[in-house]
Unconditional design. Structure first.
Length: 118
């Protein structure tokens, strides 16, 4: 999650109830598990709350679907894409030699081994 530290949150300081990294982590996990909407991401977060709490702070519980929507609507897509791509690249050592499918597409991963063809 350190790769997302430089991502600027679009919210006013006094209105923040949830940490940006918590919102991103819940969203990524939810989408990986099949969530297709902000409502489904909220439901996923509530169902997986105790597991998520083992590595996220969640100072005010799981954000509402409106919060997920508002935060992602206001994030800079290019900056988020860069952070997300760096995160995907960083996990290649954990899954050396495998291809990770993201949103129905495959991304070639580079590790110490030669290029993996999709």
């Amino acid at each position: 999650m350190d790769l997302f530290d430089n991502l600027e949150g679009p919210r006013r300081e006094k209105c923040k109830k949830h940490l940006l990294l918590d919102i991103i982590a819940i969203s990524v996990c939810g989408v990986i598990c099949g969530a297709d909407s902000w409502n489904e991401i909220e439901v996923y977060g509530k169902i997986k709350y105790h597991w998520l709490k083992t590595f996220l702070e969640l100072p005010n519980g799981i954000p509402s679907h409106n919060t997920f929507n508002r935060v992602f609507f206001n994030l800079c897509p290019n900056k988020f894409e860069l952070c997300f791509s760096e995160w995907v690249a960083s996990i290649t050592n954990l899954i050396d030699g495998e291809v990770v499918a993201i949103d129905g597409k495959t991304k070639c991963l580079y590790a110490s081994s030669p290029r993996i063809k999709s």
